[in-house]
Ligand binder design. Structure first.
Ligand code: NAP
Length: 295
């Protein structure tokens, strides 16, 4: 059996078209959605991510205010900037690129963002709303994973889902989304981590496997039930001297082994990543739309 290879870029393109329609509607009403993208320091991977986000905004007609701060910026200064952005009428979303330098407390910074502008969905208010199944911002990567499942026309109701990874930005919110009593939820979810006993046995029971680990080859073909859906969130650099840049990107799963057994599988790159980017635009436009309705 050869698994369907899920084209994340094509799914993301559909979402971007929706975003574009919403932006056009808002522009007609005199509202341009605005996103502030804040980068502290010069981490090369973070620079790549924020540059991509700014380009995405420009393409979608979203105004982006790009703010680059030196790596030794005091926490106080960053928090003051966020407070200014909270008051800025042209800004509907605030994105602080993580990780922040070690001297800055990430929790304090995230908590300084007004929840109604927290388009990353990391603020405790938005995480709380997600757990309570209330309307708030859903973090972009978990939201993108839901969109992938939805695009396959697959019901999660009654499905056994195994998520490997329990981080605050991927595994934990995804688990809550998938078991909540709502369309796109109602699954039975098992969350695995480094203390999980017999990982392979647990994964083997799953109809849907979601790997968000940060370690290549954590999920191998022998751990996958025939026909299961495998969503690989992981992005890992492995040395590859045949590539100009000296490395290539791989996920958390053994893609070549898994595609012989799974029913459908996301590639890395080209799977979850494009959805994460698209959902940030979605949340920004949603924030602008909600504000326009309030005014
Ligand atoms: P993280 O905060 O480091 O969390 C990793 C999780 O995996 C932890 O819960 C950890 O368990 C668990 N884990 C690690 N090794 C394990 C093992 N051998 N067996 C079982 N569980 C294991 O990572 P993250 O931020 O969630 O990101 C995960 C991956 O997704 C990374 O590769 C990241 O780059 C990628 N990512 C991709 C996107 C995208 O858009 N495609 C977005 C976000 C993240 P403990 O809790 O016990 O430590």
């Amino acid at each position: 059996m050869n698994a369907k290879i899920i084209d994340g870029s094509a799914i993301a393109a559909g979402i971007r078209e929706d975003v574009q329609r919403q932006v056009n509607r808002l522009l007609e009403e005199g509202v341009q959605p605005g996103l502030a993208v804040v980068l502290v320091g010069e981490d090369p991977a973070s620079i790549t991510y924020v540059t991509a986000k700014e380009k995405d905004c420009a393409q979608a007609g979203i105004f982006s205010r790009d703010i680059r701060l030196p790596g030794d910026t005091p926490q106080r200064e960053l928090v003051d900037l966020i407070r200014e952005l909270n008051r800025d009428e042209a800004i509907h979303g605030i994105l602080i690129q993580l990780p922040l330098p070690g001297h800055i407390n990430e929790d304090a910074v995230i908590e300084a963002i007004a929840p109604e502008k927290d388009v990353d969905g990391f603020h405790p208010v938005n995480i709380g709303k997600l757990v309570l199944n209330q309307d708030g911002f859903i973090p972009c990567t978990p939201h993108g994973v839901l969109k992938i499942i939805e695009s396959l026309g697959m019901s999660t109701e009654g499905a056994d889902v195994v998520i490997v990874g329990r981080s605050r930005i991927v595994g934990a919110p995804l688990a809550n989304l998938l078991f909540r009593k709502a369309p796109g939820g109602n699954a039975t979810v098992t969350v695995c981590h480094t203390k999980t006993a017999n990982l392979a046995d647990k994964v083997r029971r799953a109809d849907i496997i979601i790997a968000a680990v940060g370690r290549p080859d954590t999920i191998t073909g022998d751990m996958v039930k025939k026909g299961a859906l495998v969503i690989d969130v992981g992005v890992n650099r492995v040395l590859d001297n045949t590539r100009k840049r000296g490395y290539r990107l791989v996920g958390d799963t053994d893609f070549s082994g898994i595609k012989e057994i799974a029913g459908a599988v996301t590639p890395v790159p080209g799977g979850v990543g494009p959805l994460t980017r698209a959902m940030l635009l979605w949340n920004t436009v949603e924030s602008a739309r909600k504000k326009a309705v309030k005014v």
